[in-house]
Design a protein around this ligand. Structure first.
Ligand code: FE2
Length: 487
């Protein structure tokens, strides 16, 4: 059964922008669909919802569209009793509502000049907060977030409707960046933001009931562009990496990102409820890191696994009008382990694998605790950022499993979905949304987490494509048992 909730009558002119075409092409409908075709069999012991955020541009972009600009759209696939239901909704951000009234895009994008007549969001205040980047389950609601720092939009986990936002400013905080993390053992949300005016970073903790439990400024040498943080049981790791806006040009309101290889990467370890003055910085080789895998405490050390980029700034542009955009989004991250010794102040760095993967996830119960398995996506040989495979790392054994999504099929960040009454770190499934470009439809694929390389156990055919997106999470059935009634 297919229920169309909304449908746009117009089609965007992509202007040849590859981040608006193929697997990145925005979709025009919000739907609910069930009784879906299944190739294979949906495991009966899998109950919950996969939620994934991503860009889905609604109005014709004013300038040059960047992949990071698109309006946030939430996709949800509920699995229960061997059946699946798919639903998608735009995140109703303040910016999107204003644009709906104007019936056109209002804010310039990331690589356009900001319009200072407009009030905006983001670290430099010039962007629309499209809330397109990450989603977590916090305090009974979905929290949709924006990579460049913005509002914390709350969505109903059942309907994916935007219900409001957490009043961060009202509580004394500023904004939050997309990679805020929930510690499932405490229910807390650990967050940070960054800005072009001092303080250049803030850090805080929301209590499981939503109140601001801790908030402090972090002293940085200037404006920075960190993408994520990592947590352990008692600490948080913040980043000051040498890829940031050229400070001289920034004074002229020109935002040009540059890599400064003469500067170290600095990782700041702060007690979870520590004052900014308590942070301890560890210096490592210059790099840029989009995504952490996990971190935990081991004796005197903080162990932190990450996808480390080896060439943060492109060495040359690619041909064509979008060559610069394509070049910046071509990255070469590999699995690296850092160790920060809190007793000696020493930092170590160890390469663990040499294949290029990104968008790592683990069993979310293990965030901040020692973990062994992670699930990433492998890059396709394509001009844009496209992922053709799932890669499972067993970092203790030093082995990987890799399986392709299928011919002309491209996926995005997976999630680990524990089996009902799961026992053990990889006792469950790996799920992801995939686009089949030949059939022009989406799929929800379910893999056995222990045997990812055996291919999907189930391919659930969706009635529309699902553009390649950013981050997702798995909300287990026991967490959503009440809210899922009547999904
Ligand atoms: Fe991210």
């Amino acid at each position: 059964m297919l229920n169309v909730l909304s449908e746009l009558s117009r089609v965007l002119d992509t202007r040849g922008n590859p981040y608006l075409e193929n697997t990145h092409a925005p979709i025009s409908r919000e739907i609910v669909a069930n009784e879906l075709e299944v190739i294979g069999e949906i495991p009966k012991d899998l109950t919950g919802v996969y939620l994934r955020n991503g860009p889905n541009q609604r109005w014709q972009p004013q300038g040059v569209y960047h992949w990071f600009d698109g309006d946030g759209m939430m996709h949800g696939v509920e699995v229960r009793d061997g059946q699946a239901t798919y639903r998608n909704r735009w995140v109703q951000t303040d910016g999107l509502k204003r644009e709906a009234e104007a019936e056109k895009a209002i804010w310039p994008g990331l690589i356009d000049r900001p319009d200072r007549n407009l009030q905006g969001w983001g670290s430099n205040g010039g962007l629309k907060d499209s809330s397109n980047t990450d989603v977590v389950l916090f305090n009974g609601k979905l929290l949709s977030m924006f990579y460049q720092c913005g509002e914390a939009y709350q969505l109903d986990p059942k309907t994916l409707e935007t219900t409001g936002k957490i009043d961060l400013k009202g509580m004394g905080a500023r904004s939050l960046s997309a990679h805020s993390m929930v510690d499932e053992h405490t229910g807390e949300l650990i967050f940070f933001d960054y800005g072009t005016t001092a303080p250049y970073m803030t850090y805080g903790v929301l209590a499981p009931t939503g109140e601001l439990k801790h908030f402090t400024a972090i002293d940085l040498p200037g404006p920075r562009l960190p993408h994520t943080l990592s947590i352990t049981e008692n600490y948080t790791v913040l980043m000051d990496l040498p890829l940031f806006w050229n400070p001289e040009l920034l004074k002229k309101d020109i935002q040009k990102v540059e890599f400064y290889p003469e500067l170290p990467s600095r990782f700041g370890v702060i007690p979870r409820y520590g004052d900014g003055s308590a942070i301890r910085w560890f210096e490592c080789d210059p790099t840029y890191i989009y995504h952490m895998i996990n971190a935990w405490e081991e004796g005197d050390e903080i162990v932190m696994d990450a996808c480390k980029t080896h060439t943060p700034e492109p060495t040359s542009s690619l041909p064509g009008p979008y060559g610069n955009l394509l070049a910046w989004l071509k990255i070469d991250p590999t699995y690296v382990r850092y160790r920060f010794n809190l007793k000696t102040g020493q930092a170590k760095e160890e390469p663990m694998h040499d294949i290029f993967t990104e968008f790592p996830v683990i069993n979310s119960r293990y965030y901040g605790r020692k973990s062994r398995f992670s699930y990433h996506v492998g890059f396709a040989d394509a001009p844009t950022t496209m992922f053709d495979s799932i890669v499972k790392y067993d970092i203790e054994q030093g082995t990987i499993q890799r399986t392709k999504f299928g011919d002309d099929c491209f996926g995005s960040e997976p999630a680990f979905a524990p089996r009902d009454n799961s026992q053990g770190e990889d006792d469950g499934y790996v799920v992801t949304l995939v686009n089949d470009l030949q059939e022009q439809r989406g799929e929800f694929q379910i893999y056995d987490a222990k045997d990812v390389d055996k291919g999907p156990l189930a391919r659930i055919i969706l009635p529309q494509q699902v553009p390649s997106g950013f981050h997702g999470c798995w909300a287990p059935g026991d967490i959503l048992s009440e809210t899922m009634e009547g999904w």
